[in-house]
Design a protein around this ligand. Sequence first.
Ligand code: B12
Ligand code: SF4
Ligand code: SF4
Length: 263
Amino acid sequence: MTEQELLQAASAVGCEAGVCPFSAVADSLLPCRAASRLPQNAASVLVLLFPYRMQAQPPKNFSRYAAVNDYHTAAGAVLTRAAEALRLQDPDGVYEPFIDNSPIPEVQAAVAAGLGVRGDNGLLISDRFGSFVFIGCIVTDREVGAVAAKRRGCLHCGACRKACPTARLTDGGECLSAITQRKGELTDREIAVMRQVGTAWGCDLCQEVCPLNRTAVSAPHPCFTVYEDALTEASAESSDGKAYGWRGKGVLQRNLRLLKNSE
Ligand code: B12
Ligand code: SF4
Ligand code: SF4
């Protein structure tokens, strides 16, 4: 298997992709259940991008990433298809797909594969799509001599740090995205930040202000076929299988109630 053949398998499922050696991430693997699926002699990682920005305007009260159909399922199916095609081509090779629930630190892998840079907002910024991309990986035991391309860098303009409502990007505060996903009671301060931003799920502030996203193309991967513009009580009732539903409907209902009470 050559790097070119791996990239062709990604291109066949509509993804821009790159390859990095497994050694580029081996020292920073994340603890998660999916780690048990890692191939024993992992040698290379095929990293695939799934752009998801659909509309010029962001959704009204939640993050863009949750406005499309759940990427774990949609992009996960695309990754499974690509891995199956690779196994057909190379029956002795191991090809294991991962997305999000993954031992691979995906931003780091994508940078090592030459797909973009890590911005000061912590996210992968692709030259073409900006940061509104999901990252998926196929880990293989095949060695390929991958050479990462040189990329345009983060501008270090400070806009993301300035926009961050919890100082996560400056003083290590907790990300608002994590706060909106947390079960149980929120503190008065956390509720105030949620209301100030007006989000019932996730946070996009450090991406919306990034100048590199202004010039990025909006070309969502064809696996994203659904788009929601606002979260409502009805969304909470039918949140199974949605990126905003994985914590159960109670968390979203609580967030919507907190936003409503501030009107
Ligand atoms: C857990 C997780 C989260 C947690 C963060 C946990 C944490 N570490 O703080 C929460 C819920 C907050 C989160 C939020 C979001 N996430 Co998230 N998340 C992940 C996940 C599953 C693991 C990330 C991880 O733990 N990495 C390891 C740690 C060590 O890396 P790190 O957090 O980046 O930390 C590095 C730097 O930030 C820095 N650092 C760490 N602490 C501090 C503190 C300060 C002060 C500074 C300056 C630097 C710094 O050093 C670290 C080592 O390099 C990945 C998927 C994966 N398998 O990689 C997706 C992933 C990173 N998330 C993703 C997305 C889309 C988001 C959100 C945009 C969703 C949203 N709109 O709300 C936000 C963005 C927040 C942000 N600006 O980073 C995408 C990112 C795609 C991209 N373009 O990069 C990923 C890759 C999922 C995917 N499959 O596409 N996420
Ligand atoms: S807002 Fe500026 S500093 Fe932050 S990631 Fe974008 S270019 Fe880099
Ligand atoms: S997602 Fe929001 S809270 Fe999290 S780092 Fe970005 S701006 Fe800060």
